[in-house]
Design a binder for this molecule. Structure first.
Ligand code: ADP
Length: 161
């Protein structure tokens, strides 16, 4: 049985993330979405809110679970008995950082492989930060995140203004 961890901040989860979750759930026996708790960045959504949104929009995937982590990703991966770390690559700009992380993690734990999923072309430009910014300026985010998430994002940015 192969278990994969898909780690990230998911602030908020987008169709780009969901695409990677769906595709990796078809490749691996189990996919654990690892939600980062100790963000140095100032997140738009509290950790619990991010988890709740992920739970709602992934509820139809029977082999997808959600877990939180803080500290080192390799430690979390080991703790969850996972074999693979999944990351998405959107552009060359993602690649440099992702390669460095994958090599560092391999050095820390040679038993864990990092596997990259190439973004689907229709989501290649999409990021959580784009969604946050668009929503803040009243742009249409409904094509980038599920309706459940877009409602929460609009609600949240409204409170910030
Ligand atoms: P992090 O802060 O760790 O980068 P993110 O939530 O921004 O967390 O992203 C988690 C993972 O999802 C990363 O591997 C990122 O490259 C990938 N990802 C984000 N958006 C997309 C997208 N539109 N298409 C493919 N992969 C994506």
């Amino acid at each position: 049985m192969t278990t994969a961890i898909y780690p990230g901040s998911f602030d908020p989860i987008t169709y780009g993330h969901l695409d990677i979750i769906k595709r990796s759930s078809e490749v691996f026996d189990k996919v654990i979405v690892g939600v980062l708790k100790n963000q140095t960045k100032n997140p738009l959504f509290e950790f619990e809110e991010r988890v709740e949104m992920i739970r709602e929009v992934t509820k139809d995937y029977s082999n997808v679970e959600i877990a939180s982590y803080h500290g080192l990703l390799v430690d979390f991966t080991k703790e969850m008995n996972a074999d693979v770390i999944v990351r998405g690559i959107r552009a060359v700009s993602d690649f440099e950082y992702e390669l460095m992380m994958a090599q560092t993690n391999k050095q820390l734990n040679p038993n864990i492989e990092t596997m990259f999923f190439a973004t689907s072309s229709r989501y290649s430009f999409l990021s959580s930060s784009t969604v946050r910014e668009l929503a803040y300026f009243d742009g249409d985010i409904t094509q980038f995140v599920p309706e459940y998430v877009s409602e929460k994002v609009y609600e949240k940015v409204k409170k910030m203004k």
